[in-house]
Design a protein around this ligand. Sequence first.
Ligand SMILES: Cc1cc2nc3c(=O)[nH]c(=O)nc-3n(C[C@H](O)[C@H](O)[C@H](O)COP(=O)(O)O)c2cc1C
Length: 263
Amino acid sequence: MDMKEIIRTRKSVRTFDGKPLSAEDKTKLLSYVESIANPYNIPVKFVWLDKNKHGLSSPVIVGEDAYIAAKVPKVSHAEEAFGYSFEKMVLYAWSIGIGTTWIGGTLDRKLFEKAADTAADEYMMIVSPLGYPAEKPSEVDRRLRDKVHGDERLPASKMFFDGNFQTPLTDSEALAILEAVRWYPSAANMQPCRIVKDGSKYHFYEQHKEGYRNAYAWDVQKIDMGIALCHFMSVTNGTLITESPNIVVNEDTEYIATVMVKD
Ligand SMILES: Cc1cc2nc3c(=O)[nH]c(=O)nc-3n(C[C@H](O)[C@H](O)[C@H](O)COP(=O)(O)O)c2cc1C
């Protein structure tokens, strides 16, 4: 599978077949996560969590073998760095047949933080179950997917713009690449990412969902933005920069970063 196919076929897996991961797959995943870097150069540390040893579960997950958590220092851009690195793990896992789900809400947070040995100067934002996908989803899984419309995404015309937020992007070559961003996973499938293309620069913005900003000590939707950046940078040879684009934005919309793509 190439990266575009991995991105397009990946889904949250909440129902697993109950089988343990093979020693080979476990080793592959654990050695891959050691190699993950992100463009913010903020270290994101992955921790394998033995489900039985720590008594871990999630009310939406069935048949998982183990969990993986990650921790990030409490610094500026921690969320984007976390989202970027964790999604690298998610995409790699999918490419070798391992299912994952981003879990930030449906967990006993204190229990997982303790199991991951989270220090006072770290955030443990997200965990994921690990295992092989079952053939049929559980009832809870099916209901959750329906509720958040997990198989749907916003149309490109609502996400990608040309030069300003008034002009939907029509450049078909750019839209074909941005399809990889359209399918990024986000918390409750709320899809906060907006992109304004300006020549070879792609400005990434977060459109905040009212009432969501202060739900945690961190901005959950900035994690989503890190995921969107990961997808885009995985299918382009872009470089992350931050600047102050001269683009008029609504009050609910925040500039996050720019990716400059070389021709
Ligand atoms: C930051 C973040 C947090 C999430 N938290 C949860 C969660 O607590 N429980 C859950 O079942 N799914 C959670 N999800 C998964 C989303 O609901 C899912 O990605 C989205 O509905 C799209 O479906 P898909 O991943 O199958 O494409 C989370 C996703 C992200 C990115």
